[in-house]
Design a protein around this ligand. Structure first.
Ligand code: AMP
Ligand code: MG
Length: 351
């Protein structure tokens, strides 16, 4: 299949620029598009064959459900059987934005979109191209991240091209995504709201609107666990991973630097390519020839925004061993650590 790659300026575009993409979605095809979190791989959420094509294009296990993207509050009631007052309050506060909520699903949502679950995940993205595409096509867009299953999520059209060219009809290139990590997912289908995936909106921010929110135990895992049948089936799969072995090194900075430098020497003596992902604050202390800075600890937002790009870069430079510092679990740090530990297959060293 030939994939059309179409540039669209998110600041200014005409309806006509989304015509081809809209038609593809309406007829069951696949379009990758930018959102404020990462690029999504979109298909018609109400057409079972579109969902099946998404799983095939990504090489994704079909029990890992998709998030359905909408552009208006009214759309929610076409998809969700029941919407609690708390969910409405969260929607009012955080939509459009990087928050996904889980609801009991309407009959019309096919099981192939929800990975066989009786619930559906819904999000209203805050990105002009995503919103216009949903409105113009008139399609509720089921969209997981637009990467091959297991690889880091795409934050640039180049990442989507790398993974999916030849497998989907069209890629809308709207430049870099802003936030760079996936939405916060909160299950609103039971009595107690439960965070299934940390993201830009934190537990404290959600609690500020609706009171107590709990966190699924699988989110807090710091060790691999094979037999998780938690509510977010995606949790059990290895994710975001570069090809080399990534290790997160935790502890105070001086010790972390000393440990990584010692490991670097060992790798050098074995002629292995070991790379350090440092921060602006620490980069100068490493002896490795291959040190990359992920950004400043003072701006966690920029670290989140650049995380997947740097993990992909590791494959391009042929890194065999990758060491990265850890981040505090405050605010965005908990989402960053959640993604990093998964990418590392929970490989970590405490010093
Ligand atoms: P992705 O779009 O690649 O970030 O993946 C979507 C993720 O949303 C899945 O891996 C699940 O963890 C989660 N998800 C989607 N639908 C549901 C649902 N009905 N119940 C629980 N989790 C869901
Ligand atoms: Mg994904």
């Amino acid at each position: 299949m030939k994939t059309i790659i179409q540039k669209v300026n998110p600041e200014y575009f005409e309806d006509s620029e989304l015509e081809a993409a809209s038609r593809i979605l309406q007829t069951g095809g696949l379009v990758a598009f930018p959102t404020e979190t990462v690029y999504g791989l979109g298909g018609n959420a109400l057409l079972p064959r579109a969902a099946q094509r998404i799983y095939a294009a990504k090489g994704r296990p079909s029990d890992n459900p998709l998030i359905v993207h909408i552009a208006e509050m009214d759309h929610l009631f076409d998809l969700a059987e029941e919407v609690s007052d708390k969910a409405l309050a969260l929607a009012e506060t955080f939509w459009p934005g990087p928050l996904t909520m889980i609801f009991p699903k309407k009959e019309s949502v096919p099981a192939s979109t929800t990975g066989g679950l009786r619930t559906v995940a819904v999000r209203m993205p805050n990105h002009p191209i995503a919103a216009a595409l949903i409105r113009q096509s008139g399609v509720y867009i089921a969209a997981p991240s637009a990467n091959l299953s297991g690889r880091p999520s795409p934050t640039k059209a180049e990442h989507v091209i790398e993974d999916l060219e030849g497998r989907i009809e069209l890629i809308l290139d709207g430049g870099r995504t802003g936030i760079g990590i996936e939405s916060t997912i909160v299950d609103m289908s039971g009595d107690m709201p439960v965070i299934l995936r940390p993201g830009f909106y934190t537990k404290i921010m959600l609690e500020g609107v609706i009171g107590r929110v709990s966190v699924d135990p699988a989110v807090l895992l710091t060790e691999p666990k094979e037999d998780i049948t938690a509510k977010a089936p995606g949790m059990k799969y290895r994710h975001y991973a570069p090809k080399g072995q990534l290790t997160v090194v935790e502890g105070d900075m001086e010790r972390v630097v000393a440990k990584i430098n010692a490991l670097t020497e060992e790798h050098q003596s074995r002629q292995e390519k070991a790379v350090v992902i440092a921060t602006e604050e620490s980069r100068q202390f490493y002896i490795s020839e291959h040190v990359y800075s992920i950004g400043s600890r003072k701006t966690e937002g920029s670290i989140a925004a650049g995380l997947y790009d740097i993990l992909r870069l590791m494959d391009h430079i042929g890194a065999e061993f990758i060491y990265i510092e850890s981040f505090s679990e405050d605010t965005l740090g908990s989402a960053i650590m959640n993604r990093l530990l998964k990418a590392a297959g929970y490989h970590r060293i405490q010093v």
